[in-house]
Design a protein around this ligand. Sequence first.
Ligand code: PEP
Length: 251
Amino acid sequence: MRRRLVVGNWKMYGRLDRNKALLEGVLAGVRDFTSADYAVCVPYPYLAQAQSALQGSNVAWGAQNLSQYEEGAFTGAVAPGMLMDFGCRYVIIGHSERRGLFHESNEIAQAKFDAAIKAGLTPIFCVGETLSERESGVTEQVVATQLDAVLNVFGAKGLAKAIVAYEPVWAIGTGKTASPEQAQAVHAFIRQRVADLDSHVAQALCILYGGSVKPGNAVELFAMQDIDGGLIGGASLVVDDFVAICRAAAK
Ligand code: PEP
């Protein structure tokens, strides 16, 4: 039986005072939800704040990106070891905003995945199609190519220490959610692709859905067989909404 996981992706939002209220609210709200796991991925400057607020609680924390390099003259980049210094458990890799706005290719996502695993971080590896790709009927092809960036190099075992997030690009921050059936179909496809290589890894693999998850749709999404929780953007910035989604995962 896989445990559900809900991860907040704060993106480039937050200030010290707002974060304090948000972290305190989330902590108080999810304290008694012991049957699922929770985390928030915060902007780099707030990792220390997250660490000091969340240490010892049932909410883990992580980053939204990392460098594929261990150290060196890479101005503005943040090394995997630096994230470990701040107690991060998770790091988001291959988010569509990184792929789209910052031109991160499958090769870069693969290198970052490798760097995260080597440092002892758990990658949350994002895959998902654009609207035009969905409308052209190539969703599975796109998701398979993104997934294969990891599978071809590290095999199914590479995913044994990772989490996959299916995030249809057209559903991120748009208020449009994939229907539970649409999301389930892609989640099942992902699990089957991994199962073709290793059925044990596939069965244990945590596959999150991301894309406008809200309190009003979380219960039905999380009820689907292959949806193991959510990667939550906008709603993770609102205490009541995030706690309600966390509650949906705890059922
Ligand atoms: C995300 O940023 O990963 C995301 C799913 O955002 P939203 O929930 O706002 O669609």
